[in-house]
Write a protein that binds this ligand. Sequence first.
Ligand SMILES: [Zn+2]
Length: 492
Amino acid sequence: MADLLLKNSLLVATMDATRSEIASGWVAITDGFISGVGKPGSEPQAQAVLDATDCLITPGLINTHHHLYQNLTRAYRPALEGGLFSWLTTLYPLWRNLNEESSYLSAWIGLLELAQSGCTTSSDHLYIHPQGGGDVLAAEIAAAKDLGFRFHPTRGSMSLSEKDGGLPPDSVVENPDRILEESERAVLRYHDPTPGSMLQIALAPCSPFSVTSQVMEDTAHLAERLDVRLHTHLAETLDEADYCRQTHNMTPVELFQSVGWGGNRTWIAHCVHPSAKEIQQLGSWGTGVAHCPSSNMILASGLAPVRELRQAGVPVGLGCDGSASADSGSLWTEARMAYLQGRLRDGMAAGHANTASHANTMGGDDIAGQAAPKLTSAQPKLTSTQPTLTSARDVLEMATLGGASCLGRLGELGEISVGAVGDVVAWKLDGAAFAGALSDPVEAWLRCGPLQAHHTVIAGRPLVRAKEPQVNGLEEKLRQHRAAALRMQAES
Ligand SMILES: [Zn+2]
């Protein structure tokens, strides 16, 4: 007997190896893993049943880049002028007030918001560890555990303050020895590499303009020794490219390679401005990319060359990015943004060959022939059925299998097949927003809406059921979050 059965669906889009789709299908989950999927009439007995009438069932969506603590400064008006660098320098003084309490509350609210948007696994890039703030990483991990959310937090870091030529103020950077000690401690304390793991740690120096090259190199060695993944921001803005050129006489991707990060242990956030040759290099390394369309548009960073990245074999997942730069923490919204942006950009490329060739906005030096990346290990490779970005199915692939690939968990996460984790979402395609959308539920899923998940199931447990969060004390948590956000915004 199964633990949980979702049945009576409109369609199950499995995202399995053949991308099979089952009309009116069902999904069964036992002991936290998918134990069956099939056509109507063959449903197993189950302890509990979720009705999925009028629902598209997909694998749970995977968020590959986020900064949960930033929902404490969401849509903060003084930071809305200018691009990434001025946005950061406005907000750093507020974020230095992050502490264990506010870290817990921001993660609890932020992960619940993600679950309501159909996300079942999330990374978090936590690079602010203020002195006197306590163990903010432990606090967000506690929140994920309390919710039952599958979590991939990263132990982020910043070591390069203004006085050393970096961007952040002194008050939010750490010394390199502490960064490495705390990174190792986090992995040893929390990282669970076993199948079905609910918690994995990656190491994540913030960006080329906030850590030294030595910290990048040492972190890469540490990740290799501990066998965990690496994450950072890279090639996000042209300001970053100018900084790397002036400081290191390299492009961001060249700097990334020079510190030993080019490999399939790594996934990077944004990657808006790689050169055409760097795109090929990233593909040959197997380095993943977290595509963050809303943030890239709000901060006017640019349009990421997602089609070229996917065609080069780069695993591309989706990311909400910070709750203060995308402001929404909805992965469905990011999927729709990726869809619209892909349609616009690829449509323009098809119609006007010159209008979408911005992938070469900088760099372009021939980096072929340099030392082979050392960070490699056997890993399943994502094979896209159609590496474009013009259909809802392309985006669903990015949001599920692409994300699993970025997190090094392809074959385990991001698909509905027997033995994969029991993370599924039912999306109810009904009401005025979906009236008339009868021909293709997967296209309707992104082209109509807006949409929130009807059921969100993580490891066989419904965290959202019939749109209702299955949690205690939501109103009280929201009140506490508001108080913490007011304190942070008042202390600037
Ligand atoms: Zn980010």
